[in-house]
Design a protein around this ligand. Sequence first.
Ligand code: KG4
Ligand code: ZN
Length: 334
Amino acid sequence: MGIESSCDDTAAAVVQNGKILANRVANQKVHEEFGGVVPELASRAHQKNIIPVVQAALTDAGLTPQDIDAIAFTQGPGLLGSLLVGASFAKGLSLSLDVPLVGVHHMRAHILAHFITEADGSANIPPLPFLCLTVSGGHTQLVVVRSATEMEVIGTTLDDAVGEAFDKVAKILGLPYPGGPVVDKLARQGNDQAFDFTKPRIEALDFSFSGIKTSFLYFLRKQKALNEAFIEENMNDLCASIQRCLVEILMDKLHLAVKQTGITAVAIAGGVSANSQLRDCLNLMQAKHGWQVFIPKFEYCTDNAAMIAMAGYLQYQAGDFADQAVAPSARLPF
Ligand code: KG4
Ligand code: ZN
C-alpha cells in the first residue's frame, strides 16, 4: 500500500509484484478561492480524506487490510503538516497490521513511476541509464537514473520551480489555481509566437524561472497602462507565448544534458510532464534526433500514490525499511 500526502492531494494505491491494482486520488478543492495551497487547510483535508481514500483503494484492489504486506508513505519533501498526516496514518496502520513501514522520497517516486507495470501487464520501462527531467510545483531537476536507487541530480533550479512559474503567471493573468493545466488549455487556442519574453542565461544544466515571471509581469503592466483590456483581449496568445518560453527553457537544458551525458533515453516526470507542449516537443525529439522518449500516463504525472507504492515495492525488495521513529521532512535530501 502506498500513501501520498505531500501537498494538496490525498492518495492511496496498491501494488502487487510491481503491478498497480488500485490508484485513488482525492483532490482538495478548499484552496481554489485562495489562489494557492493553504498548508493548514491541506492538513485538515488530508485528515478527512485519508481513511476513505485508503478504503477505496483496497476495495478497488479487491483486498482487505490484512492482505497488505507493507505500508509505504511519502516521507518528504513537501508541506510538513500534510506529510505528518500521511506519516502518522502509515505508522498506525503498520503497527496495527504488524507489517513493515517504508519511507519514500517524493521526487524519486515521480521518477520511479516509470517502473510501473499495469494490472494487464503492459509497461513502458526506460532502459538504464536514462535521463529524467523532473518538473513539479516544487522542483525542477535533471537526473541521471542508473538504477531504481542510484540517481544523480545533474541540474536543478536556482530559484522557482517550473510548475511554480506556470502557477504564478496564471495568477498574474487572473486564472484559477493550479494554473499549469489552465495555461496549457488556453494555450492550445493561442499563437505561441505572439509575444516573446527574455529567457535567462544560466550556466550548465541549472535552471532559473523567476526572471521570466518578472519580465512577464512588467510586460503586462506596461501593456495594461496602454489598454486596460489587454489581458482579456490577448489571453490565449499570452498563455501560448509564455508556455512556449517555459518549455523552450526546459528543452534547451534537456538537449544540453543529452549532449553532455551521451544518454539518449529521455523521460519526463512530475506535474508539469502533463503539459501538452512539453509532451509534443519531446515526441518530436524522438523523430528528429532519435531519442528514446518516455512520457508517463497522465495519472502518473501529477501527485499520485501509485508512484509511492511502486517506490515502496522496490525499497521493500531491497530491505530498505523505516521504523516507528521515522519523521517526515519538508526538505528531505535527494
Ligand atoms: O507533481 P505535482 O502534482 O505536485 C508537486 O509535487 O509539486 O505538480 C504540480 C504542478 C503545479 O505547479 C501545476 O500547475 C503543474 O504541476 N501542472 C502543469 C500541468 N498540469 C499540472 N503545468 C503545466 N501544464 C500542465 N498541463
Ligand atoms: Zn509531486
